[in-house]
Write a protein that binds this ligand. Structure first.
Ligand code: ATP
Length: 267
């Protein structure tokens, strides 16, 4: 009888815990070509193609090794680990930008990766980039028009003059990163992936970004944040995944994981 009740009416806990991203024994391998020491001539390359032999200079980098986790709606998850531990690679794989060598990533809804390198057009004005970025994220022209002022205000680009009508190439790296973040943060995301974006703005902008991330979480999205700034992670995330050499070393509440990480790294 109890089983039947459960089937018809999910418990409150089950309602709250809606999975948005599942990584199942995920492996990501990069292949780097042209790393051989010998000189590669065109004839040698042609003969390899004809004889179907792999290139001598291919190196493999196994960047993510058997990582498994489930992320739920409303969670904000920090990714930490030393340089080269696989954080950005894992984020790109969740965004669907890198193929899995083995294992799988399942996502509910459309994940959006917000990197400091997100592609905007340097020769276009900030104004045009807001429209372009909004459309690229799947917003309608109408939605972009509605949110335009909000995006520009949030970015703070116009605080010191009319910069939004200048080409993006005239912006400082911090200004460009703020505009990227503001464009991405204007949309309500199912799964928002942020790579170091918070580290680039000034303190006031970082505070605004943190507040917006909290809002996005309330609007039922899941946020992933890669950062080397443990305070940013502490202020924004309730759960942390710690990667080292591509392996998931620890997955748990922020305080516990950061404490263990700081103990190990001596920071
Ligand atoms: N495009 C690429 N081609 C080949 N190898 C790569 C590529 N990108 C990353 N790697 C390698 O994959 C591994 C993980 O890199 P990744 O950028 O994911 O680490 P990270 O934890 O984000 O590092 P950081 O904190 O320095 O940004 C590293 O060994 C790196 O050299």
């Amino acid at each position: 009888m109890a089983e039947q009740m459960d089937a018809v009416q999910p418990t409150a806990a089950a309602q709250e815990r809606i999975p948005t991203v599942i990584a199942d024994e995920l492996h990501i391998v990069y292949r780097v070509y042209g790393t051989g020491t010998g000189k590669g001539s065109a004839t040698a390359a042609l003969s390899r193609i004809v004889r179907r032999r792999p290139s001598v200079g291919v190196r493999e980098v196994h960047a993510v090794k058997g990582v498994s986790f489930t992320a739920y709606r409303g969670e904000s998850i920090g990714l930490i680990g030393s340089n080269g531990s696989g954080k950005s690679t894992l984020l790109k794989a969740v965004a669907g930008l890198l193929p899995a060598e083995r294992g799988k990533v399942y996502t509910h809804g459309q994940p959006s990766l917000l990197g400091v390198n997100a592609a905007l057009m340097n020769d276009l004005t900030g104004e045009k980039n807001v429209v372009l970025g909004g459309l690229a994220m799947g917003m309608s022209r109408e939605q972009v028009r509605e949110r335009y002022d909000e995006i520009v205000d949030f970015s703070g680009i116009n605080e010191k003059g009319d910069f939004i009508s200048l080409p993006m190439r005239t912006y400082s790296s911090g200004m460009a990163a703020r505009l990227r973040f503001s464009i991405a943060a204007a949309k309500d995301h199912d799964v928002l992936l942020i790579d170091e974006a918070l580290a680039t703005g000034d303190r006031a902008f970082q505070k605004r970004s943190e507040a917006r991330i909290r809002e996005l979480r309330k609007e039922a999205g899941t946020v992933f944040l890669v950062s080397h700034n443990n305070n940013s992670i502490r202020d924004t995330c309730d759960r942390v995944l710690w990667l080292e050499r591509g392996e998931l070393l620890m997955d748990g509440p922020t305080d516990e994981v950061i404490k263990a990480y700081e103990k190990q790294t001596g920071k």
